[in-house]
Design a protein around this ligand. Sequence first.
Ligand code: GUN
Ligand code: ZN
Length: 437
Amino acid sequence: MTTLLLRGRTLSFRRWPETIDDASAYAYEEDGGVLIRDGAIVACGSFADVRAMTGDGARVVDHRPNLIVPGFVDCHAHYPQMQVIASYGAELLEWLNRYTFPAESKFVDAQHARRIARLFLDELVRHGTTSVAAYCSVHRQSAEAFFAEAHDRNMLTVAGKVMMDRNAPEGVLDTPQSSYDDTKALIAEWHGKGRQHYAITPRFAITSTPEQMEMAGALCREHPDLHMQTHLSENDAEIAFTQELYPWSKDYTDVYERYGLVGPRALFGHCIHLSEREADSLSQSGSVAVFCPTSNLFLGSGLFDYQRYRGRENPVRIASATDVGGGTNYSMLRTMDEGYKVIALNGEKLNPFQSFWQITRGNAEALSLADHIGTLEIGTDADITVLDARATPVMRLRMETVETLAEELFLLQTLGDDRAVAEVYVAGRPAKSDLSL
Ligand code: GUN
Ligand code: ZN
């Protein structure tokens, strides 16, 4: 039995912070302790209290004056797009055809897939992200490689092979039947193995025939406990093309409704241009809209209206995500910095507590996994990130004038990146200091 006692300033959210002064929304200890046994958090509170209940033999790691927070959760990223980041000059559909599909076609090679899966999870850990909802390529072996790599590291991931059988090059297409069969086989092999979760993953309405959409719906019916992830309402040309392909549909969301793909386990990437009817549909079905600010800005897709979805009479559940490689950074801090600016352009503000709630507990709740990840609560998995707000000369200088926790969090979000991540624990094991790169 391995016992680890972390000491530092601990921060964990209980619920959404309504305002910047809403201190009961979180638990904060200036001199805190987190006791970890066999990969789980068994105590969390003041260091003195936790120390008193710890037997001899625990290894104490002193992270003071750094902040100990739950590991970040990224609710939408494409691991086969690591070599797509920074591809110049295209909006969504051209970007997919010119850069993304050719890059994904290489994942037919299991060795290539394993190498990139390894580098992708290394990069997440380096940036303080301990869980991800990931898209693999169309190839079954790309999902095998991803799950094998995540399982070896004991990282909790949600992932699936994309189902896509039209409007893309031959090398990245499956068929309705093969996508069903491969998904079934992957679910049987990986869902529930260690910390792995399978997500049924029709890429988006444009790259699936109605026959394949039926198959995706059948998979969701047969496995109601599984996640479903896809893209929705990202840019104008995509929306218009979808309307052409599904002429009977009321709107884009209606396509997914018709095939039974909406619901509390459904994660819809982007959701930038939704009508009120579509927002109502997501709200009523308990579906999640995933905010991907760096991607939405990079591809020029539009401004996600976070406060409109949150503040409406029927709120829409919201997650946030990098969307690598449409997204331009692996860091959830950089993601929320860009998110803050997008929300500001919509005339609103997201305060720093709300941002940190979002990338920890908020995203865990969006995945319906808050009993396992996203907090420092007793009984949850010990996925933890240690943040250093003095990591760079610029941050150190700015910290000289910082007086409150809110200011420190905002500084971390505005100036922080992987350099501000001092250590990461994955299921209680030091993971960042363990990286070979
Ligand atoms: N829509 C369908 N596929 C993709 C993808 O890979 N990235 C983004 N940003 N949008 C998509
Ligand atoms: Zn995406």
